[in-house]
Design a protein around this ligand. Structure first.
Ligand code: SF4
Ligand code: SF4
Length: 190
């Protein structure tokens, strides 16, 4: 087991998730309704119900090595469909936080990098600067011309702006980032 993973969690990972989210995964009956409604499931290395199963069994290493929670779009379809009212989307978010806080190597390094660049854009502008985000992401993932052919049409239709459009009142955004500091500033090891 990599040293970065907390050995105490071998028997208590389920309780850690409970303390962070208030969700007791013991209630999961493995019906699969979360996974069958998930729009991103086809890209995930493990289905949402499999992630819940890993947590039920305190298999933190398997859960944190998966790309599933990095790809999760937090659409909450799974949480709404769950007959046991388990907030699977909230659990996915908790796994992202644990992963970042501990510097666990992301199961999908590209999406982890996207996550960092996206948050950086929100932090600077209060909203996403799409063109800047795409350019930084493409450079960071060494694919500088990815989707470049779409740029002119999107610019001409006003779907992309050439400069960042900052919100006026930055205080709430600053406060949110301050509260999330332990999770956001920890970098995933790649
Ligand atoms: S929908 Fe709920 S009960 Fe069913 S597998 Fe998913 S988490 Fe478990
Ligand atoms: S919140 Fe995440 S895991 Fe749940 S359905 Fe949406 S993308 Fe899938």
């Amino acid at each position: 087991m990599p040293e970065i993973l907390n050995r105490e969690d071998i028997h208590t990972f389920k309780e850690l998730i409970l303390s962070l989210t208030g969700e007791d995964v013991s209630r999961c009956i493995q019906c699969g309704k979360c996974s069958s409604g998930c729009p991103i499931a086809y890209e995930m290395t493990h289905l949402p119900n499999q992630i819940i199963r890993f947590i039920q069994l305190n298999m933190q290493e398997k859960a944190l090595a998966s790309n599933s929670f990095w790809l999760c779009a937090v659409c909450e379809t799974c949480s709404v469909r769950c007959p046991e009212n388990i907030d699977i989307a909230g659990i996915m978010d908790a796994l992202r936080k644990i992963s970042r806080q501990r510097g666990v190597k992301a199961g999908d390094t590209k999406i982890a990098r996207f996550n960092e660049i996206f948050l950086d854009s929100i932090k600077k502008n209060g909203r996403v600067f799409e063109l800047g985000l795409v350019m930084k992401y493409n450079m960071a993932t060494v694919q500088p011309f990815k989707d470049a052919s779409l740029g002119p049409a999107m610019l001409s239709k006003g779907k992309l702006k050439l400069s960042a459009d900052k919100i006026e009142d930055q205080a709430p955004v600053k406060s949110a980032f301050e509260k999330s500091k332990p999770f956001i500033e920890a970098k995933s090891k790649e």
